[in-house]
Design a protein around this ligand. Structure first.
Ligand code: NAD
Length: 366
């Protein structure tokens, strides 16, 4: 199977869908990999490493010739979709819950599209779980971003010049990113508290050495372990409780998301106004609108001395390791769809059927 890896064109996207190591693993098992020149450059993977691993390098103009599958990170633009031949397999973050128009475009083009977001979170598909792999990177990096912004050290320091109290960190939302943020902040020596609407995570939070904050708000866990949206009353109670607690913290990392919905607004502007100058909020929900009322998606702002970071593609800031993990996810899905390099799509299979977000209608296929 000929698999093509384009250079990502979306602004700020430094990741690449396959790294040289994954090319080296796929090439001997039935995959012919074609990489656009410069595709890995922003993540630190030079063309020659791809060539040494067994990939062919191509200019963009000839890239899609004979392509049976295209693997990428961000969803393709309208022009990129128009260049894809009907029947080609496409794998990437295609935002099926929020970009219906893009999915419809792929369907009309006759593309067989698999969204990494739609891979079911079942044990058999763990190696393909790109939401988790990228959330791990985000949670880790969010703490480093915050540590870099605050005027405070993380650990308790007792020195001849006096004692420095440890930084106090609050993590809101203890899913994959939140748990990684807790672990990272603890390793740096902070005192960490965390909250999630799913009561089931209390034990996981405590096992990482953080305190679970009781806000008296308990949401429900829906399919796949995701949180359900709170009722307006629960939401108001949570905002009020957080408004009281947030000013105690030097750093707040927010990760609260409900799939396919705008991010819950948890930190009102009034709560930011009461935080100590020099403190920092990193809002990992920025792409879905943000958990903090003042978050400006894609930007870093300072309001009343508080830094609010709303970067929308944090994994791209650690593009090398984010790409390494993503490439393993993509390789696992490719091998599931095309064992031994032979495409064998069984849409009754949970993974294949679950991840497929567009495929040719009969008229297009005919
Ligand atoms: P997510 O990114 O959708 O949400 C992040 C967190 O925000 C979740 O923990 C959610 O409960 C929380 N949240 C939502 N609304 C909130 C609110 N109002 N206040 C506070 N917190 C709020 O979730 P995720 O990180 O992708 O993971 C969700 C779950 O899926 C976790 O339980 C995780 O363990 C599970 N999971 C299972 C598998 C698997 O079985 N293979 C793989 C990955 C994740």
């Amino acid at each position: 199977m000929r698999v093509v890896v384009p250079r990502e064109a979306a602004p700020g996207e430094g990741r690449v869908a396959l790294v040289p190591d994954s090319v080296g693993r796929l090439a001997p098992v039935g995959f012919e990999i074609v990489v656009e020149r410069g595709a890995g450059a922003a993540a630190g993977f030079p063309d020659e490493d791809y060539a040494n691993a067994g990939a062919m390098l191509s200019e963009r103009s000839a890239l899609l010739e004979g392509a049976e599958a295209i693997v990428r990170v961000a969803r393709p633009s309208a022009d990129e979709v128009a260049a894809i031949a009907p029947g080609t397999v496409l794998i990437g973050f295609l935002a099926p819950l929020t970009e219906a128009e893009g999915i419809e475009r792929l369907r009309r083009q006759g593309v067989v599209a698999f969204a990494m977001e739609s891979v079911p979170r079942i044990t058999r598909a763990q190696s393909m779980d790109a939401l988790s792999s990228q959330a791990t990177v985000s949670g880790y990096k969010a703490v480093l971003i915050a540590a870099d912004r605050v005027q405070k050290m993380f650990p308790l320091l007792m020195t001849a010049a006096g004692t420095i109290a440890p930084a106090k960190v609050l993590v809101i939302g203890a899913g994959v990113a939140g748990l990684q943020a807790i672990a990272t902040a603890r390793r740096l020596g902070a005192v960490v508290s965390a909250f999630d609407v799913r009561p089931a995570v209390k034990e996981q939070v405590e096992s990482l050495g953080a305190r679970f904050v009781e806000l008296g708000v308990h949401g429900e866990e829906g399919e796949g372990g995701y949180a359900k949206e709170l009722t307006p009353e629960q939401h108001a109670a949570q905002q009020a409780a957080l408004e009281e607690r947030v000013p105690d913290f030097d750093i707040v990392i927010t990760t609260a998301l409900v799939p396919g919905r705008p991010a819950p607004r948890l930190i009102p502007a009034s709560a930011v106004g009461q935080m100590r100058p020099g403190s920092c909020i990193v809002d990992l929900a920025a792409e879905a609108g943000g958990n903090c009322e003042l978050t400006n998606p894609g930007q870093e702002i300072v309001r009343d001395g508080v830094t609010i970071v709303g970067f929308t593609n944090i994994p791209s800031l650690m593009a090398a390791d984010a790409s390494r993990l993503y490439a393993r996810n993509v390789s696992a899905l490719l091998q599931h769809l095309a064992p031994g390099g032979e495409l064998a799509l069984d849409f009754d299979d949970d993974i294949t059927g679950g991840a497929c977000v567009a495929r040719p209608t009969e008229e297009v296929a005919a």
